[in-house]
Design a protein around this ligand. Structure first.
Ligand SMILES: C[S@@+](CC[C@H](N)C(=O)[O-])C[C@H]1O[C@@H](n2cnc3c(N)ncnc32)[C@H](O)[C@@H]1O
Length: 345
């Protein structure tokens, strides 16, 4: 088995299809229980201490004992926790879920309203972005959790092989990645560009936490304005490496401009020798009878939001036509997610 096959073997997943109604219903409840226990800090505490005393945990965190106990019992019946008396500990499945918790934060925390209103969206009674919203904070937290559990090491390895003095992250969220990478490369500087004012403000805290004031700058701007409307961001055209994560598909929404995004990106960052573009792709349908975590949710959520997503092949064609040469497509932790390492052709 090649290295790439080994790192994508789990993309086939272990959830057997067809999901019978028992599994589907219990999966729905279980996902909510896991999300609730994560939000209440139980997994973090179990990670730190190995086991948790339920009564003291409720007391310390001012939790309703009966409700918390019901959540623990539910998690136990789903096979995630084991309790003896008042003491609870994670069993193997519980360990696995800690690795994957970002997907639950993303799906249950971020998209619960969107999924729950699918019928209203189909009828045209509700529209995403108008009277139906995701929880942006939970989406961002879920991404950050998935990054630290699954993606960080892969990105760090790719970046360690690159020469750069200016790093730009497009759709940077709270500028966590750009700050981490600049911190690890003394003498470099970075820009984290994001359209969200609140994410950019939080980005200032990230920069301060890393002690990088004046070295990494979070900038509130619309990347589409930089690409299509000649908006200049001071210092961005000096970038020698440009990155974006879980964001490329957002740039490609408008079918009229889709084919121009990659050439415009090259033009906007004329000195960039490498583009690192990470995104989740539509999973290939090869008639498998198992499903991985995340993919079905990612695909349905984007359909409900009216945002097209792409196969790996479609991305590669877009890069090729747009004048970027694919150095490699690195499996990037989450199922059917790649880090495309590209150079200006
Ligand atoms: C899915 S999040 C990914 C955030 C971060 N890159 C990560 O991987 O955790 C997409 C980000 O893109 C930002 N965004 C969306 N449209 C944008 C635009 N046109 N210009 C700049 N940022 C944008 C959002 O505010 C959000 O922070």
């Amino acid at each position: 088995m090649s290295l790439v096959q080994a790192s994508t073997a789990h993309w086939q997943g272990e959830a057997p299809t067809p999901l019978n109604p028992d599994t589907a219903f219990n999966g729905f409840i279980c996902a909510h229980v896991l999300h609730a226990l994560e939000r209440l800090g139980l997994f973090r505490k179990l990670q730190d201490d190995g086991s948790v005393d339920v009564s003291s945990f409720c007391r310390d965190n001012q939790l309703d004992h009966a409700v918390f106990h019901a959540l623990v019992r539910a998690a136990e019946s789903f096979g995630y926790l084991e309790s003896r008396g008042d003491l609870v500990r994670a069993i193997r499945t519980g360990e696995d879920v800690r690795q994957a918790i970002g997907f639950f934060t993303w799906g249950v925390g971020g998209y619960h309203d969107v999924f729950a209103n699918a019928a209203a969206v189909a009828r045209g009674e509700r529209r995403f972005g108008v009277d139906l919203h995701r929880d942006e904070g939970m989406v961002a937290l879920g991404s950050a959790q998935a990054d630290s559990a699954l993606m960080r090491n892969i990105l760090d390895k790719e970046v360690s092989a690159l020469d750069f003095s200016t790093l730009v992250d497009l759709g940077a969220g709270v500028s966590e990645r750009v700050s981490r990478l600049v911190k690890a490369r003394p003498g470099s500087r970075g820009l984290g560009i994001d359209i969200s004012k609140s994410a950019t403000e939080l980005g200032a805290d990230t920069v301060e936490r890393y002690g990088l004031g004046g070295t990494v700058e979070p900038v509130c701007a619309d990347v589409l304005d930089i690409l299509f409307n000649e908006q200049r961001v001071e210092g961005a055209d000096e970038a020698d490496v440009v990155m974006s994560f879980m964001f490329l598909h957002d740039l490609l929404v408008d079918p009229e401009r889709r084919d121009q995004v990659i050439p415009r990106m090259r033009a906007a960052f004329p000195k960039a020798h490498t583009f690192l573009l990470g995104d989740t792709t539509v999973r290939p349908r090869n008639g498998e009878d198992t499903l991985p975590i995340f993919s079905s949710g990612f695909e349905l959520a984007h359909a409900l939001m009216g945002v097209p997503i792409y196969t790996r092949e479609a991305y590669e064609e877009l890069f090729d036509k747009g004048g970027m040469r694919l150095r490699r497509a690195v499996p990037f932790g989450a199922p059917h997610t790649y880090l495309f390492v590209l150079e200006a052709a």
